[in-house]
Design a protein. Sequence first.
Length: 255
Amino acid sequence: PVLLYVQNWSFKLSYYNEYKSYLSGFMSTSSVCFNANTTPRLRMTEDGWNVYNQAMNRSLPNVILGGFGTSSTGGGKPMAIEGTATEIDTDGVASALVNAKNVIVVPGYGLCAARAQYPVAEIAKLLNENGVKMRFGIHPVAGRMPGQLNVLLAEAGVPYDIVQEMDELNDDFPDTDVSLVIGANDTVNSAAEDDPNSIIAGMPVLRVWKSGHTIVMKRSLGVGYAAVDNPVFFKPNTSMYLGDAKKQCDALLEA
């Protein structure tokens, strides 16, 4: 994963970069160049797209052409969101984390953009030393490409054994005291499971809303990449901790 991360530093290009590489083989008169560019890259690109497609419940043409909607999306009107968002301050978040027995952190692209992995790693370390069971739940397409969050957390010193994939801990949220969402939106959107007419219906998501207390650290209540409102933000057991991820995590360390 580290090598893949380094090679594709520009995550926005993602696997399009791989297609460009092996297509260059067709443009070349050198059979060596063609083979070097196409054979290994085609295998990696195919595997990569499989990860993306399964994790988003979308087809390859849908992803490439930038469309929305999954293979499970119905044709009716999406459900209206009910409830009111509740904000929480730094002291409230710190108290919830310190008094919890089990905490699952769910990072997203917002953590990457803010480069908040270092203070997050320090928070996890301090809580673990105080007897709190800490884990990180990673969605297959969190960030800009598979593996980005894993690499950033490893870079910050988060132990590998507490960083788990979505399927490994998704059933554990009902027994979790606090789920701390940092810069994630679509990957924790309950509409994917609860609203058959949502354009993300059927997309596998981390069920953070099933924990005792969900704290969402995010710049605003705005939508994510899929442009879909997130009902989790308005649930009674959710508290919004609005602001830049790194600044908010730094504030928690000082609380």
